[in-house]
Write a protein that binds this ligand. Structure first.
Ligand SMILES: *Cc1c(COP(=O)(O)O)cnc(C)c1O
Length: 376
């Protein structure tokens, strides 16, 4: 059996009539940029989050740095985040001209650890940028308290966790802005690039809206800005898919539970940890080998059996040669958990359109490896 990592075409088949209908509506309207479909999707996305404002932008990276810029974060400012995330979290801080300060993640959730944040605060600290890694919210109750005590901004990197919940909060509610990505492999994916900023702050809404469209609020009047718009065709795809996101996230949780039950007794790996009271949406189902030297052995064994497993993310940002050190970033304190996560992580196939047979096949192969190579 072959089990792929994504189910993009299966998903399209399941919702083809709605997507094609929206695409036709946009095509026949003649309004492809900043048109009515974008406005409609922005309204729907804000309502979905229970938030006042949603602004569609070109991609998730832009959503982050446009938010930083709208909140006045720039040169001389430090933003505290984790190094075990997709590169774009730090890249966006660099684009804004600020300095990324990397602290360690929590050993169980792999999201930012509150103790590390407190220890890393300096007079230059301006913001905390928690990443809701793999589809589970960071501990925003703790982040909010630290931010309040120290007068810091909070910008959530919510690229992976649309539809998730924490204990008593949803993404966006405890921060100045939550930033999401709609690139196809995310839980809510369009057919290309897209992103959005969700916020309750009227000033953030107004400034991001202006910055994404050449600094213009009124036709022909400009301040300095950029071009980063979500186009109406992508908004049409997303508007159709948004009606299914809760159903799809529930399926992801169902497959995650099936993996975790099947792999419960495996001795050489650890399974994802869900915080009590949290609703993890399993953008990725990430296990870790107990020994770093086992990671590639398991990935290769799965590949040899037709299973596409991946690693998110095998090189932490502070280990990337391409990251600009000095003004660009620094590490605060020891970061053993982030380094263990990078060395040991394996993402098993996870998408709503998996079948029970596929999940059971993958589970069986992981167990087979666990009994043989994993026991060595
Ligand atoms: C995908 C992703 C981004 C960037 O989104 P793009 O749309 O690719 O620019 C940022 N942060 C995290 C954690 C991501 O997973």
């Amino acid at each position: 059996m072959n089990v792929g990592f994504y189910g993009h075409v299966r998903q399209y088949r399941g919702i083809q009539a709605e997507i094609d209908g929206n695409l036709r509506e946009v095509l026949e309207s003649g309004q492809y940029v900043m048109g009515p479909m974008l406005k409609r999707f922005e309204r729907e996305l804000a309502a979905y989050h229970g938030m006042k404002y949603a602004i569609g932008v070109g991609n998730g990276t832009d959503a982050l740095w446009l938010s930083f810029m709208a909140l006045g974060i720039g040169p001389g400012d430090e933003c505290i985040t984790t190094p075990n995330t997709f590169f774009a979290t730090a890249e966006a801080i660099w684009i804004a001209g600020a300095t990324a300060v990397f602290v360690d993640c929590d050993p169980r959730t792999n999201c930012i650890g509150p103790a590390g944040i407190e220890a890393a605060i300096t007079p230059r600290t301006k913001a905390i940028v928690p990443v809701h890694l793999y589809g589970q919210c960071a501990d925003m109750n703790a982040v909010r308290k630290i931010a309040d005590r120290n007068g810091l901004l909070v910008i959530e990197d919510n690229a992976q966790a649309i539809g998730s919940r924490g204990d008593g909060f949803k993404p966006g509610e405890l921060s100045d802005a939550a930033c999401t990505s709609f690139i196809i492999q995310k839980n809510l994916g369009c057919f290309g690039d897209g992103g959005a900023v969700v916020t309750n702050r009227e000033d953030v809404d107004r400034v991001v809206r202006r910055l994404r469209n050449h600094g213009s609020e009124k036709r022909s009047c400009h301040g300095m800005g950029f071009n980063s718009r979500l186009d109406d065709l992508q908004a049409g795809v997303l508007s159709a898919k948004l009606t299914r996101i809760d159903e799809w996230n529930a399926l992801r949780r169902q497959w995650a539970a099936r993996y975790s039950a099947g792999l419960r007794d495996a001795r050489s790996i650890t399974l994802p940890y869900e915080m009590p009271g949290y609703y993890h949406v399993y953008h990725l189902y990430v296990i870790e080998t107990r020994k770093a030297e086992h990671r590639d052995s398991l990935v290769d064994f799965l590949a040899a059996n037709g299973i596409d497993a991946k690693c998110h993310y095998p090189i932490a940002i502070h280990q990337q040669e391409g990251y600009p050190w000095g003004k660009g970033a620094r590490i605060a304190g020891a970061i053993p958990n982030s380094e263990r996560n990078a060395a040991c992580c394996i993402s098993l196939p996870m998408f709503p359109e998996l079948t029970a047979d596929e999940v059971d096949y993958v589970t069986g192969k992981v167990l087979e490896w666990d009994r043989t190579a994993g026991a060595a």
